[in-house]
Structure formats: C-alpha cells, structure tokens
Ligand binder design. Structure first.
Ligand SMILES: [Zn+2]
Length: 211
C-alpha cells in the first residue's frame, strides 16, 4: 500500500516545488486545502454554501469543515496523497490522523532549513510582474537589474517580503511547528530532510522516505 505524505515546512522551504515533483514522478495527488475549499464553493454543495458564507464574513473555516472536505475528497485506499498546508496546529495533526489517515500508513516530511537562511531567501526574493518567474538577488539574480530574463518584465518585491514581515511570519511558524514535529517524532513517522540541499537531492531523499 502506498504511503501518504504530510508535507511540513516554512514558507520558502521549497516544499511546494517538491510536491510538484512527486506528483509528476510518482503519481501522487496534491491536496491543498485552499484549492479544496474553492472547488467546493464552486460546486455549490451544502458544504460549499456554508464555506462561502464563512469566507464572505472574513472568518476562518473551522477544522471540522476542512477535515470533512479532506475525507470526502481523498480516497486513500486508491492512491497516495500529499497533504500540504494542513496540519498547521497540533490539534489538526491529531484530527488528521483520527478522521482521515486512520490506519493508512503515512509519513510526515519536514523540509528543514535554518530560519536565518529562509529569511535571507525571502527578503531577497523578486518576482516578475508579468510572467511570475522568481529570482533571488543573492542566489539567482537577473542578468539586467530589475528586469526579467525571460520576458523583460519588471521585477517586483512582494510587500509581505520585508525583513520585519518575514521575521514575524517565521517566528509564528517556529512556535507552531515544534509541537507538530514532536507529535510525529513520537509516533516514529517524522522524516527530516535538509531543505538546504539541491532540489534533485531533496527529491531523492523524499522518494526514499516514501518507499
Ligand atoms: Zn518575466
């Protein structure tokens, strides 16, 4: 039976890239709770209508609803899934086990990277305003200052990538991730992958972990 994957990592740790790789290489299904919520609203089911109401009030969708969506949309007996963006709290981790994963084998993959390295990555990130290509002023700078190599579009700095905003985001992340890691470690389901390695090396380690 295939092993289900729970992806854990800070914003900028590269877990999104690896999720795409697993989908392409090993036929994993990528489950983003944001996408599931949007799809449900579009289908206008009873649940979708409730979600739409909650979101239009600017409120957060409860864990119960997210879990119900996951349960309805993931057929674990029939394939391998990557859970991405959920759990974000220890209670969500426990509930995911109880409601969705149950006895299906699963591993939590933590894309481990020092918060200082991440901060540098995020603060120096620039995105092409036209085609969305991503640059980094330190590791992957454009050939011409401020211009996209691919389409000549203007490179922009996301407003939430200022040093202070990034620092706050990472601190919040750190406080919530530690208990989640501990939870999976106790259950002997935690795999730490060095997210500072090259993407191809990271993919290899993730594949081995999920074999
Ligand atoms: Zn571009």
């Amino acid at each position: 039976m295939s092993i289900q994957a729970i992806f854990l990592g800070a914003p900028g740790s590269g877990k999104g890239t690896q999720a795409k790789n697993l989908v392409m290489d090993l036929n994993f299904n990528h489950v983003s709770t944001g996408d599931l919520l949007r799809a449900e609203v579009e289908k206008a089911t009873d649940l979708g209508k409730r979600v739409s109401d909650i979101m239009s009030r600017g409120a957060l969708v409860s864990d119960e609803i997210v879990l119900e969506l996951l349960k309805n949309n993931c057929d674990l007996s029939n394939g391998a899934y990557i859970f991405d963006g959920f759990p974000r709290t220890i209670d969500q981790a426990k509930a995911l086990d109880e409601v969705v994963l149950k006895d299906f084998p699963s591993k939590a993959i933590y894309f481990d990277i020092s918060l200082d390295v991440l901060k540098e990555r995020l603060v120096n990130r620039r995105t092409c305003g036209d085609c969305g290509a991503i640059y980094n002023l330190v590791y992957k700078s454009p050939k011409t200052d401020g211009k996209c190599d691919l389409c000549d579009g203007p490179l922009v700095d996301r407003k939430d990538d200022t040093e202070e905003a990034v620092g706050n985001r990472l601190n919040v992340f750190k406080e919530t991730i530690d208990p989640i890691l501990e939870y999976y470690e106790q259950k002997q389901r935690l795999i730490r992958v060095d997210a500072g390695l090259k993407p191809a090396e990271i993919l290899e380690k993730v594949k081995v972990a999920l074999e």
